[in-house]
Design a protein around this ligand. Structure first.
Ligand SMILES: *Cc1c(COP(=O)(O)O)cnc(C)c1O
Length: 370
């Protein structure tokens, strides 16, 4: 048997090594450790990649979410609507602003925010709807944008898992008032440390986020807003600048891997495969299947060298740290079902047919033992 890792960052680094080291060397030579030309260059390339006019490099995707909300004036007394199935940062960023996090359930097929449930969650305090392009699949944005327009709300896209994804031909990052990306190393575009960006086509939002990321100063030591130390490192800007040129190729690799899985895993009893909507370009950050007896199947895969994982076992409304919100088990049944049944298979651009076949064969064995 051949072990298959969940992620293989070494396979991606090897062919880029010389370019990365040269770009990092330039940062070290000019001592531009924080922000500086490498970050500015990356911002200039990343904004049009997302179909937006401005990109602001920050220290993490989580900070990017927080600053995007603050740029829209979100604070205590406001409410922000988020999906129940997401990485915790989506909800934590709302919490950091002092606003209340309002949770809605997700679509059973895609796992993304269910637009049909949003209007019932809107109150006079609602300010922002924050859908998540979960697993690299764009949310059904048209109904969300229509609801936001009807109620005078803003949309912030959590695109942390969706670099280069498209909804009806529009890039993720180009549809909300602002959008947020993460460059955590395991994301589709990963830095060699922490990183994130806010993307927008609103010049005023761009100005405010730039000020907020750098201690709220509009010039040195003149602090016009209560800001943060949320700047991107020069070294991360350099790495991301080199890597962005390869992202389309990597995305095609992920899409090929997803197609190979669809072929190799077809017809396995009990296994539910992820479905890409017909009107999207899914970028497959996560290959999210569902299986019965998930924890047993996961252990079987891991014991047999397959790097499978779960995204995410506990929906945000049931996280102990958010008990104060007063949500109960059973309230968002689709997210809870995904939490109990989801199984993420290895996914990275360089995945080979032999690796896909190995995953399929071990998974078939695991499910036969049910
Ligand atoms: C990774 C991620 C974040 C947070 O990004 P960090 O860079 O790790 O802070 C936010 N939302 C989602 C959906 C994510 O996957």
């Amino acid at each position: 048997a051949m072990p298959v890792p969940f992620l293989d960052l070494k396979a991606q680094y090897a062919p880029l090594r010389d370019d990365i080291l040269a770009a990092m060397g330039k940062v070290l030579d000019n001592t531009a450790y924080i922000l500086g030309p490498a970050v500015a260059d990356f911002e200039k390339q990343f904004a049009p990649y997302c179909g937006a006019t401005h990109a602001i490099g920050v220290n993490t995707g989580t900070s990017a979410l927080q600053l995007a909300l603050l740029a829209l004036g979100v604070g205590p007394g406001d409410e922000v609507i988020v999906p129940a199935m997401t990485f915790i940062a989506t909800a934590s960023a709302v919490d950091y602003t002092g606003a209340r996090t309002v949770v809605v359930d997700v679509d059973p097929v895609t796992g993304t925010m269910d637009p049909a449930l949003i209007e019932a969650a809107i109150t006079p305090r609602t300010k922002v709807i924050m859908p998540v392009h979960l697993y690299g699949q764009p949310v059904d944005m048209d109904p969300i944008l229509a609801i936001a327009a009807k109620h005078g709300l803003k949309v912030v896209e959590d695109a942390a898992q969706a670099h280069g994804a498209e909804y009806k031909g529009c890039r993720c990052g180009s549809m909300g008032a602002l959008a947020v990306f993460s460059f955590y190393p395991g994301k589709n575009l990963g830095a060699y440390g922490e990183g994130g960006a806010v993307v927008t086509s609103d010049a005023e939002a761009d100005r405010v986020v730039r000020i907020l990321r750098d201690w709220g100063q509009d010039r040195r030591y003149h602090h016009i807003m209560k800001g943060f130390n949320a700047r991107m490192d020069g070294l991360q800007g350099a790495v991301l600048g080199v890597k962005l040129a390869h992202l389309e190729g990597w995305t095609e690799g992920r899409r090929r891997a997803a197609a190979m899985y669809a072929d190799a895993l077809a017809g396995i009893p009990g296994l539910t495969l992820p479905q890409a909507r017909a009107d999207v370009r899914h970028v497959w950050h996560i290959y999210a299947t569902q299986v019965p007896e998930r924890d047993r199947v996961l252990k079987y895969l891991n014991d047999h060298g397959i790097g499978a994982a779960i995204h995410y076992p506990v929906p945000v409304h049931l996280q102990p740290c958010f008990a104060e919100w007063g949500y109960r088990a059973g309230q968002f049944p689709v997210a809870e079902h995904i939490g109990a049944n989801e199984l993420s298979l290895p996914m990275f651009p360089e995945l080979t047919r032999a690796q896909v076949d190995e995953v399929a064969s071990v998974l078939r064995e695991a499910l036969q033992k049910a």
